[in-house]
Design a protein around this ligand. Structure first.
Ligand SMILES: [Zn+2]
Length: 153
């Protein structure tokens, strides 16, 4: 009598549905605009934003306040304090020209920038800061930098 298999445990079937490698998702995500979020501790002034491509300051802070001097890589500056764009590059204003102003919602910059046709060459830096006015107030400014300007040169 053959008892070769007696006592041997049957090997469990190999799982066929192995987890999908994370790489696949990352590729998809890379095609959408990038967003870097910074939240300043309450009472701290907003940081001086510099272009991540060339290092130039977007604004010069002087005695009279901030003087915007964006470099060629800057696509836009949205000020929530002003409630509008305080700077738009030519390319950016072309893209927003036909857009319903209601759709230019910068509480979710990535969605809006996707709608404008930007991919991962767009880097939006969203900065939230708060301080005391009549009560505590928070502002969120968004700076857009377009790496696409590097290839367009
Ligand atoms: Zn620059």
């Amino acid at each position: 009598m053959k008892n070769e298999n007696k006592g041997k445990k049957k090997q469990p079937a190999k799982a066929k549905d192995a987890p999908v490698p994370a790489k696949k998702q990352a590729v998809v995500e890379k095609s959408s605009p990038q967003l870097a979020r910074v939240e300043q501790p309450f009472g701290c002034n907003p940081p001086e934003v510099h272009c991540p491509i060339c290092g130039a300051p977007v604004a010069e802070i002087g005695a009279d306040g901030a003087d915007l001097r964006p470099c060629i890589h800057a696509a836009f500056v949205y000020s929530s304090c002003a409630g509008e764009f305080v700077f738009e590059s030519g390319d950016f204003s072309n893209r927003t020209m036909d857009m319903d102003p209601d759709d230019l919602d910068f509480s979710e910059p990535q969605k809006t920038l996707s709608k404008l046709g930007y991919g991962n060459s767009m880097l939006a830096i969203q900065i939230t800061y708060g301080g005391m006015a009549c009560g505590p107030v928070w502002f969120t400014d968004v700076y857009g930098f377009d790496y696409g300007t590097l290839t367009a040169e």
